[in-house]
Design a protein around this ligand. Structure first.
Ligand code: HGY
Ligand code: MN
Ligand code: MN
Length: 399
């Protein structure tokens, strides 16, 4: 499976993946998913929101056990964030068939669309739409960097955008969703465990800061006459770091747009995107408050206008104790005591957890690096992840 997935959307220059929603690379990932499913005699369907499902058994029977993740990536993402969950799902099914089990509940493998939000700025679009956490109206307002709207991109990729929106009937068929994911930190490496179970996802969000100044000549405009938005932007980046340190949060400016983006012009606009996460909502909001106050002060000092816009927010997710404890019990036989970890990374499982009993398994990441071409996982650990997922699916779907 990895061999056929590996070339799709891979940049030779960086060695990272550029698999953005509703692009050619995304279509190739979807075709890959279909071929894997059909090779296993599963029934494939794409739901109204562009998520792919591969079914073993009758979807309408209800109480299905569902596993899977996403195949899209961040800009220059690693090979495992998302795909490890999908590959492991197919491999776990192969393992269960090799064990000769019979299924008591329907089983589905899912590929959620646009988890990373790399193109349209909002993460987990496929699962948010299905779960009713993103309306069709709001989704229709999303645009990529070239001004192409989400419905235009869907249509160009052959998906009817008119049918998107909450899909409670489909989610009502799901009795349990288990997402396996590469760990995006070093907790398992430090504890010496190949596999972990998720306890919670930190609250997190994305904010856009627009610093509006005045374009002017870089050679002839006296420093005192400038209204240069780059200066308060730069000071805000440093203030965000200090606020995060003070409050115990993480704050990142990883994307910036500058207008007119000329080397010999003072910018008229600097637009920076803030990704902010913390273990609890009070910490997150205190950190945001500190950053906003600092940004306003710096903007004012430089004669620059500032507008802050919240582009997305995901509250804290505490995975259901019952299913989480069930996973710990199932895995105790083969792995002993499995660590239970919180994470600062967002997942479709977090979105679904409001509608469906949901749990997550993490597979050790030896460096902790993720959202980078350097992301890695050892083959033995991936195999341990597949076995753990197969044990969980067998217990849930076959007993
Ligand atoms: O950004 C995130 O946390 C996720 O990987 N979508
Ligand atoms: Mn990711
Ligand atoms: Mn992911």
């Amino acid at each position: 499976m990895w061999r056929s997935l590996r070339p799709i959307g891979r940049s030779d220059a960086s060695g990272g993946y550029r698999r953005y929603a509703w692009t050619g690379a995304d279509a190739d990932c979807r075709l890959w998913f279909r071929m894997q499913a059909e090779a296993r005699r599963l029934d494939v369907e794409t739901d109204r929101n562009g998520n792919q499902w591969a079914w073993l058994g009758d979807p309408a029977a209800g109480d299905a056990v569902v596993t899977g993740s996403h195949l899209d990536s961040v800009p220059d993402g690693g090979a495992f964030d998302g795909p490890l969950g999908v590959v492991s799902a197919f491999a776990a099914l192969d393992e269960l068939r090799a064990r000769g089990v019979s299924f008591r509940r329907p089983l589905a493998i899912v590929n959620f669309g646009d988890e990373e939000g790399a193109r349209f700025g909002l993460a987990c679009v496929g699962s948010r739409l299905a779960a009713g956490q993103l309306t069709k109206e709001k989704a229709f307002e999303l645009r990529d960097a070239d001004g192409i709207s989400l419905p235009e991109a869907m249509e160009a990729a052959g998906h009817d955008p008119e049918s998107i929106g909450a899909d409670p009937e489909r989610l009502a068929r799901v009795g349990a969703f288990v997402e396996l994911h590469v760990e995006q930190g070093r907790a398992l490496d430090l504890s010496g465990d190949p596999v972990g179970i998720a306890s919670a996802i930190w609250p997190h969000g994305r904010w856009r800061l627009d610093f509006h100044g005045e374009a002017n000549h870089a050679g002839t405009t006296r420093l005192v006459d400038r209204r240069d938005p780059m200066l308060p932007y730069a000071e805000t980046v440093l203030a965000a770091r200090r606020a995060a340190e003070l409050e115990g949060a993480v704050a990142t400016f990883g994307k910036i747009a500058v207008e007119p983006n000329g080397v010999n012009a003072i910018p008229s606009l600097v637009r920076g995107w803030l990704d902010l996460r913390a273990a609890d909502e009070a910490t997150l909001s205190a950190t945001l408050g500190g950053i906003h106050t600092a940004a306003l002060e710096h903007a004012e000092r430089h004669g620059v206008d500032l507008a802050l816009t919240r582009e997305s927010y995901t509250p804290v997710i505490d995975f259901q104790d019952a299913l989480r404890d069930e996973l710990a019990r199932i895995l105790a036989g083969s792995l002993g005591k499995v660590p239970v970890l919180g994470t600062g990374a967002g997942h479709d499982a977090g979105i679904l957890s409001a509608s469906v009993p949901t749990a997550m398994l993490f597979v050790r990441n030896p460096t902790g690096v993720s959202h980078s071409p350097a992301e890695s996982a050892a083959e033995d650990d991936c195999v341990a992840g597949v076995r753990a997922l197969a044990d969980v699916l067998e217990d849930l779907a076959c007993r």
